[in-house]
Design a protein around this ligand. Structure first.
Ligand code: ARG
Ligand code: ZN
Length: 478
């Protein structure tokens, strides 16, 4: 309060001085312009996630991981554009705690490129906020590179629903998945889904260990008993979708229709992996149904990570903690279109990711002649009206502990299937294609979807969406 009052007074003074044309006034104005970027983007579920004042263009991560000791040494170059005049800004990275988990930062440098202009800068580190003090200060529109050097002991992040994520050590490596808040558990990020960026990820591991990143494999070179795996993904990606999973894997690379490379990595302990033979057909089906595949690679990582117990749609190749069933395989691949290319803008809108992926499972099963989407819907609809399931409307979630609970998935999928019935097949599939092509590589809200649905169908759908998305209780008419 007091600060803003003083600032306003200062501004008035500066305006006056500029008006009178004094040089001192101009200098004061210059100094006044620079403020610290905010330490969070105010997401309703994770207020400290992400940071204000800049927009990341690319991450260039160099990681060295030793599974036996869980030692992780990292060097990150983050290229960003200032969106305000900055005298300080934050990155999200977990600071080493009393138990020795997570990281100590040894060096932060800022420059115009990742070489000669880099200069060491003052910084401080508290919780998951790394604050950098760039000198000279950064002007709006200026592109800058931040180098962060850090080291420590990898450790999982525990979520509000008690599940684990982040850089999760396994018996032979690590299972690396970061939805919704695991990224600061292994690299300095502007950890919010609205700040998409390009990623180059290089992981050095003991010889014999395979490391997987997003996108395409550029090289793997072994020297002195260590292998460096270099991956590059030149398409926009939200920070929670990055991966660096490593362990003993057999890696098979094939080429799909359209020349898209498919990287399939399987932990040799997972022997029942025939399901993975469906990847090309699933890719082709969603390409036909939704539009061209958005990314430069596809595949799957099937690990042995029993403590994690779920899969994540890490961009271009999903991570599976166990061999997936056919529905889960289709679910994670469908996320490349909905979730990864078309991404929520804030976490309470999770149904925009999960409802679409659930519907996609149902469409895949229908396509395979296993069960119609109507039958999948009916199985869910059979839940009694008294079930707690109906008490949580998918677009009005009470808190982050229910992000990955049944309502955003199942009632989210049902919302879409009910919409199909309401507006008809023609308009419905047109809507899904329009939604995809208009928003791919960007971020969306529930309000955007309702607007697009009304536009494409030519119908007024407020009552429909109110019943399905916003009101507790089992919908009975819509
Ligand atoms: N998005 C993943 C899926 O498609 C689920 C991620 C769950 N994450 C968690 N921290 N529980 O099913
Ligand atoms: Zn999902």
């Amino acid at each position: 309060m007091r600060g803003s009052h003083l600032r306003r007074l200062g501004l008035a003074l500066v305006t006056l001085l500029i008006a009178t044309g004094t040089l001192a006034g101009a200098a004061l104005a210059d100094d006044e312009r620079y403020t610290p970027g905010s330490s969070g983007l105010g997401d309703p579920f994770f207020p400290l996630a992400g940071n204000g004042g800049y927009d990341v263009q690319s991450y260039d991560l160099d990681l060295d991981y030793t599974p036996a000791t869980r030692a992780l040494v990292g060097r990150a170059f983050v290229t960003a554009v200032a969106t305000q005049d900055l005298d300080a800004f934050n990155l999200d990275l977990r600071k080493q705690d009393e138990e020795g988990h997570f990281y100590a930062v040894s060096r932060v440098a800022v420059g115009k490129d990742n070489g000669p202009t880099l200069k060491d800068m003052a910084f401080s580190h508290e919780g998951q906020e790394l604050t950098v003090v760039p000198r000279p200060k950064l002007k709006t529109g200026e592109t800058f590179v931040v180098l962060v050097e850090y080291a420590g002991t990898a450790h999982e992040v525990t979520d509000p629903d008690e599940s684990i994520e982040g850089f999760v050590p396994t018996d032979d490596g690590a299972f690396v998945v970061s939805e919704p808040q695991g990224a600061p558990g292994w690299y300095p990020a502007n950890d919010h889904p609205t700040d998409k960026a390009l990623f180059d990820i290089s992981i050095t591991v003991p010889e014999g260990i395979t490391a997987l990143g997003n996108g395409v494999l550029l090289s793997s070179e072994t020297e002195n008993g260590k292998t460096t795996w270099e991956w590059s993904h030149g398409m926009p990606m939200a920070p929670y979708l990055a991966t660096a999973t490593n362990g003993v894997f057999s890696l098979t690379v094939t080429e799909l229709a359209g020349g898209i490379p498919s990287y399939v990595a399987v932990d040799p302990r997972r022997t029942n992996t025939a399901v993975l033979a469906h990847i090309p057909a699933v890719m082709a089906f969603f390409t036909d149904t939704y539009g061209p595949y958005p990314f430069d690679a596809t595949g799957a990582i099937v690990d042995f990570a029993p403590d994690v117990g779920y899969a994540l749609e890490t961009q271009t190749k999903a991570n599976y903690s166990n061999t997936p069933g056919e529905s889960t395989l289709a679910h994670e691949i469908a996320h490349e279109w909905f979730g990864n290319a078309v991404t929520l803008s804030s976490w309470p809108d999770i149904w925009l990711n999960e409802g679409f992926a659930r519907l996609s499972e149902w469409l895949w099963l229908e396509h395979r002649g296993i069960r119609t989407a109507q039958q999948s819907f009916d199985l869910q609809y059979a839940r009694p009206a008294t079930s707690s399931f109906w008490q949580t409307p998918p677009a009005a979630l009470p808190g982050p502990e229910v992000l990955f609970s049944s309502p955003p998935y199942d009632r989210g999928g049902m919302t879409l299937h009910a919409l199909r019935g309401k507006i008809g097949d023609m308009a419905f599939f047109q809507l899904l294609r329009t939604w995809y092509v208009e928003n791919r590589y960007g971020n969306v809200t529930t309000a955007d979807f309702i607007e697009t649905a009304e536009e494409v169908s030519g119908m007024q759908l407020d009552a429909f969406f109110d019943v399905w998305l916003f009101q507790p209780g089992k919908p009975t008419s819509w």
